[in-house]
Design a protein around this ligand. Structure first.
Ligand SMILES: [Zn+2]
Length: 441
């Protein structure tokens, strides 16, 4: 049993981060005591671990202020799983005296900073789709967006705890690959202009020649399963070959902008597709339409519509265009009864927006409370001349995705990746998809 003493300000935030670390991630027994101390202190029968309290000690009242953004330093020394470790708050120093450890790194604040995303609530220019860009984040600006820093900090904390409590055991987490698919478009034809596609083929800008384009058009007219965007038979077949993989398909069930309405969720085509995909390892989720990220009423309507079509409760969702704003979108999703959101990747860069691939409970920094919602961060998405907007990653056939998978495997976290059914028209993306699937085992 661990006894954790914490200073007596910012109680909701401190309680949240302790519950997430010791309850959710480690699953160890602990009690929390509030004291007039100036540091956080973890006591066991055999020793004491002191953690610097830098961020919350300095922040007075409202902490969502630019002046509280971290100045990143690096720790190089014992107890860490990589050659160095970003330090957001506190000092890069750990002093060990027998069974007394003084960790000058404010680990609690750093984990809180990454998971709660309060920096995204600061006034800052958004991209043309109203999203917080990766390039404005502390993680990108300090070159650790592609590192699972929360997982690294947890390893440091665990290694320090083992020094004063070698008998302590934590929950055995495991690597879990989630292959997810946003169904933005069901069919290439007639959504794509035939004359334009023929011209692209003639100019050598398409993968197919003009005759193949024409053939595809006529075949799809007679049979939807021949449509180039209708890659579902291939997806289902491939997914079911790998027992360890979990799959999610997100469907759009409303919306009124130019960015959606490419199929009718109530149509026979969708009902047939749902029946076809139904499997115990396949989950259906909502892909809330473009304006829902700050419109709870519309979100609720779309959820009700999809649940009516599918005939059961929908637990998961991912925002269309990854239009997500912390904490408002989380709050709306929780209000609607969604249990897991998976919108959390910057739309312009792949990587660890929350410092981890693992699913975690979310915190509302405006209302200062934990929400009944989990975030399972998206880490990578395909992209190819695609109108999802502004993606500037280099993940076309990518080394990046395999680096991300390697980290998730090393730190035993979930690894959620996105491939659109229509992008898999491309042979190049199919190849990447199959290579990623092989990593599930
Ligand atoms: Zn979408």
């Amino acid at each position: 049993m661990l006894t954790i003493k914490i200073p007596n300000n910012f109680q909701p935030e401190r309680q949240y981060i302790i519950d997430v670390i010791f309850g959710h991630f480690f699953a160890v027994d602990y009690t929390v005591q509030t004291a007039g101390c100036s540091v956080s202190e973890i006591n066991t029968a055999r020793g004491t671990l002191v953690l610097n309290d830098s961020f919350f000690a300095a922040a007075a009242g409202a902490y969502i202020k630019r002046e509280y953004l971290p100045e990143v330093k690096y720790y190089r020394g014992n107890f860490i799983p990589e050659p160095d470790l970003p330090v957001l708050y506190g000092e890069p120093e750990i002093i060990v005296r027998d069974k007394y450890i003084d960790c000058r790194i404010d680990i609690f604040a750093a984990v809180f900073f990454m998971l709660a995303r309060w920096e995204e609530c600061l006034p800052a220019p958004k991209d043309i789709y109203g999203r917080f860009p990766a390039t404005k984040s502390v993680a990108w600006q300090n070159d650790f967006l592609r590192r699972p820093v929360v997982a690294e900090w947890l390893e440091l904390l665990w290694n320090l705890l083992q020094r004063i409590a070698p008998e302590l055991r934590r929950k055995e987490n495991k690597f879990q690959l989630y292959m997810t698919h946003d169904v933005d478009k069901l069919e290439k034809w007639p959504e794509t202009s035939l004359p334009k596609e023929l011209l692209r083929a003639v100019l050598g800008r398409a993968e197919q020649n003009a005759w193949s384009v024409l053939l595809s058009f006529w075949q799809a007219k007679k049979d939807i399963t021949k449509d180039p965007f209708y890659t579902f038979p291939l997806l289902k077949d491939s997914l079911l070959k790998y027992n360890q993989v979990k799959a999610v398909f997100y469907f759009i069930a409303g919306g009124h902008t130019q960015y959606e309405r490419f199929y009718d969720i109530q149509s026979e085509k969708i009902k047939n597709l749902l029946l076809f995909l139904e499997n115990e390892r396949v989950e259906f989720g909502l892909h809330p339409s473009y304006v829902t990220f700050d419109n709870a009423a519309l979100l609720s309507d779309e959820l009700a519509c999809l649940e009516q079509v599918i005939g059961k409760k929908i637990r998961e969702s991912r925002q269309h265009y990854l239009r997500f704003a912390a904490p408002a979108t989380w709050r709306h999703l929780a209000q609607c009864g969604i249990e897991i959101d998976s919108s959390g990747m910057y739309a312009d860069k792949e990587g660890f927006r929350f410092g981890t691939g693992a699913v975690f409970p979310v915190f509302d920094v405006e209302q200062r409370k934990i929400l009944p919602l989990l975030e399972r961060p998206l880490l990578y998405m395909d992209q190819r001349d695609y109108e999802c907007g502004g993606y500037q990653g280099t993940a076309q056939n990518g080394a990046e995705i395999f680096e991300i998978i390697r980290y998730c495997r090393k730190y035993k976290t979930d690894c959620t990746v996105l491939f659109h059914n229509n992008v898999l028209e491309s042979a190049e993306y199919k190849k990447t998809y199959f290579e990623v699937l092989k990593c599930a085992e």
